[in-house]
Design a protein around this ligand. Structure first.
Ligand SMILES: Nc1ncnc2c1ncn2[C@@H]1O[C@H](COP(=O)(O)OP(=O)(O)OP(=O)(O)O)[C@@H](O)[C@H]1O
Length: 530
């Protein structure tokens, strides 16, 4: 999933929620949300945004996170071996591992083994990744102008790029990686024009992994300006996203600080972290409880994984809503999650859902203020609320919008943005619209992987809930606690309907049996990386 960051936004607060003043960011249309976008940006503003987010961290809050050494985590993950890798996100790889934890709670200091997921932040400096088919000329131009250092993500393998890569160096390096790009010795400035896209860059495009396309990336200043320039020329077929280790580090700190202090059954548990800098580079790792059934994304969109029953989907939605309600409403400070999506909803061995990835979380507005004005709009395209994209003004209702998108993904089994679909079906919300308003056609959008094993009334009720979350006017969207209640009602109505019409065996067996069945089907050994 591609993401965006829009910079240069006003820092004004608007207590009555009046129509916002147009800003640079408001030039970015909702239609272009699937692209990575950026308006002109100034480093100082980004820095201010960073400082804002640090505010939260300066207040002392107790956490009992364990500090791991790099050596410990290396041993726990068998040297970060590929065999132990369970996922990959925009900021690094996630590995399975086992760590020893002490059981201080029960009075004795004996230790026990704990299954964990270890997320390793990518180490080296600046990063560049190609998310969507991009004309190679643009790619090269961006890389050249940005002086990319560090990794250049092409295909599954990261390629090392020497510091201050020149255009010529990049083009020379590409053929070895793509196996198809014509080597050319022309002067760097003319290369962009001489490369045959079908022959050479086509190879690059073809090799882009699905995983990379769905990942989360940043545009980092000052490079974002360059990307926006391409966008303005109307030539952007995709985007080159750059982020730096500073940016990744910020997310890392965010995660430690937020997840370190929030505890809830529907938020993934952060066990500890590792922060070591040495000759190997910057080591930043996070250690979470292992969620045996990975993410909702895996279950909804990966064909090899058994589909979730309708009832399981409803319960997952309610769990996620509970997690968000806790963040929004149950603490002495509000937390806006900012990145709700199916890959951030993890499932434990009983298919209980927990939210993970607090890298983009922000503390909500102070008392008396209606929103936070952010200087950078971040999130994942397809999930972010339109008013946030257009104005940078962030409220908890932005999360509610994203939740509405997730509800439609649960109903349809389709991604928020589906690049492989015909153009008119790519944006989920646009695609469902005509079907939702026509009850005779509604069944056509329900996930075919359910094979008819669902209650149509229940699905329609869920869609109507999603519509409430997707109200244009943010203020009229429900609060997450209200959504928890509404979902509870749908769940109990659905189970009583199932009880009276037991023709759907999967849904009448109860959660436990259904879960056991799914677990049996889910085999770690057959787990293939996307
Ligand atoms: N605690 C965990 N237990 C089990 N699997 C996990 C855990 N955390 C992450 N994963 C797996 O690793 C994948 C990558 O997670 P990560 O949070 O790094 O990125 P992401 O959310 O998929 O992408 P993005 O970079 O856009 O946030 C997840 O989709 C999930 O499948």
């Amino acid at each position: 999933m591609d993401c965006f960051k829009i910079a240069t936004l006003d820092e004004d607060y608007d207590e009555d929620g009046a129509v916002p003043r147009p800003t640079a960011a408001s030039k970015v249309s909702w239609v272009s949300r699937s692209l990575s976008v950026a308006s002109s940006s100034r480093r100082s503003e980004s820095a201010r945004d960073f400082t804002d987010s640090l505010e939260f961290f300066t207040q002392p809050r107790a956490n009992n996170l364990r500090v791991f050494t790099f050596g410990e985590l290396k041993a726990a993950t068998r040297g970060f071996s590929r065999g132990m890798m369970i996922g990959e996100g925009g900021f690094g790889c996630v590995y399975r591992g086992v760590v020893r934890v002490s059981d201080v709670d029960d009075g004795n200091c004996s230790g026990s083994n704990m299954d964990v997921a270890v997320k390793q932040l990518n180490r080296n400096g600046f990063q560049a990744r190609l998310l969507f088919p991009v004309p190679l000329s643009m790619y090269i131009c961006v890389c050249e102008l940005c002086s990319v250092t560090g990794f250049l993500g092409i295909m599954e393998h990261d390629m090392m790029i020497p510091s201050f890569l020149s255009l010529f160096q990049l083009v020379s390096a590409l053929p070895r990686q793509t196996g198809g790009l014509k080597k050319t010795r022309s002067h760097p400035s003319s290369l962009a024009r001489t490369i045959d896209l079908k022959d050479g860059a086509g190879g690059v495009m073809g090799f882009l992994s699905r995983r990379m396309m769905n990942s989360f990336y940043y545009i980092f200043e000052p490079q974002s300006f360059l990307v926006s320039k391409f966008l303005l020329q109307g030539q952007l077929m995709g985007s080159v996203i750059l982020h730096s280790s500073i940016q990744g580090h910020k997310e890392w700190i965010n995660e430690v600080n937020f997840l370190g202090v929030v505890k809830h059954p529907n938020l993934v548990k952060l066990v500890g972290y590792c922060a070591e800098d040495d000759e190997r580079g910057i080591q930043r790792l996070l250690v979470y409880e292992l969620m045996h059934n990975k993410s909702l994304e895996d279950h909804l969109f990966i064909r090899e994984v058994s589909p979730l029953s309708w009832m399981a989907r409803l319960r997952i939605a309610q769990d996620a809503a509970r997690g968000l309600a806790h963040l929004h409403e149950e603490k002495d400070f509000q937390i806006i999650f900012r990145d709700l999506k199916t890959s951030n909803i993890l499932l434990d061995e009983n298919f209980n859902a927990k939210l993970s990835d607090f890298g983009l979380a922000r503390q909500g507005p102070a008392a008396g203020l209606s929103h936070i004005s952010t200087t950078s709009v971040v999130g994942t395209a397809g999930y972010a609320a339109p008013e946030y994209i257009q104005t940078g003004r962030l409220t908890a209702k932005s999360d509610v919008w994203s939740f509405g998108v997730v509800l439609y993904e649960l109903i349809t089994g389709r991604r928020a943005v589906e690049k492989n679909m015909p153009r008119n079906e790519q944006k989920l919300l646009d695609w469902v619209r005509p079907y939702v308003s026509d009850s005779r056609k509604f069944h056509l959008i329900v996930d075919p992987r359910l094979e008819g094993q669902y209650c149509i009334k229940s699905a329609q009720k869920l869609a109507s809930l999603a519509n409430k979350c997707l109200a244009k006017n943010a203020k009229s969207r429900p609060k997450m606690s209200e959504l928890v209640e509404m979902l509870g009602k749908i769940i109990s109505e659905t189970s009583s309907e199932n009880d009276s019409a037991p023709q759907h065996p999967k849904e009448t067996q109860g959660k436990k049996e259904e879960t056991e069945k799914s677990i049996r089907k889910f085999n770690w050994k057959n787990w293939t990386l996307r």
